[in-house]
Design a protein around this ligand. Structure first.
Ligand SMILES: CC(C)(COP(=O)(O)OP(=O)(O)OC[C@H]1O[C@@H](n2cnc3c(N)ncnc32)[C@H](O)[C@@H]1OP(=O)(O)O)[C@@H](O)C(=O)NCCC(=O)NCCS
Length: 135
């Protein structure tokens, strides 16, 4: 039985352990603690999944509630993957701001996942990386 919660004040050490246990930590600056803590604290929609006392999943987003929601991190503990937890976290993220488009960047390990669960792939997305200069 998995319990889902909105968790604005998620403990940093508990989150760190999940990022490692899901492998998402390989692609996030989790060992830069102030930066990782800022990522957690400055998100304004964090939904977590719990198996008893154990944190097993997270959906961490920035949303304006009415136009877009940027889903920055979706992670499920390896031991709990492929049980529908990722989809349920995203369903609740979408439901929290139903007028908003849900946007994300897929990690290499999840490149086929989002299409499989219903997302549309875009060809008009753009980014400017930190330190890159506008011309
Ligand atoms: C990607 C991730 C969040 C998926 O979460 P999950 O709870 O395991 O996925 P779900 O159980 O919700 O899967 C739903 C469906 O997608 C499929 N699926 C799961 N992972 C998949 C993947 N990596 N690629 C393609 N399909 C996948 C499942 O088999 C299931 O299919 P079905 O409904 O036809 O049976 C999880 O595997 C994870 O945390 N991976 C490591 C971190 C990561 O890469 N996160 C994404 C950052 S963008």
């Amino acid at each position: 039985m998995i319990e889902y919660k909105v968790t604005p004040e998620l403990d940093v050490d508990v989150a760190y352990e999940l990022y490692v246990a899901s492998t998402l930590g390989e692609r996030r600056p989790i060992d830069d603690r102030p930066r990782f803590e800022a990522m957690l604290r400055n998100a304004n929609l964090t939904i977590t999944a719990w198996d008893g006392e154990l944190l097993v999943g997270i959906s961490r987003s920035i949303t304006d509630w009415v136009w877009f929601t940027y889903l920055s991190d979706l992670a499920v503990r390896e031991s709990h993957q492929r049980q529908g937890i990722g989809v349920e976290l995203m369903r609740r993220t979408q439901a929290a701001a139903p007028q908003a488009k849900l946007l994300l960047l897929a990690a290499p390990k999840a490149k086929d996942y989002y299409g499989h669960v219903g997302f549309t792939k875009l060809d008009n997305a753009w980014w400017l990386l930190p330190g890159e200069t506008l011309k």
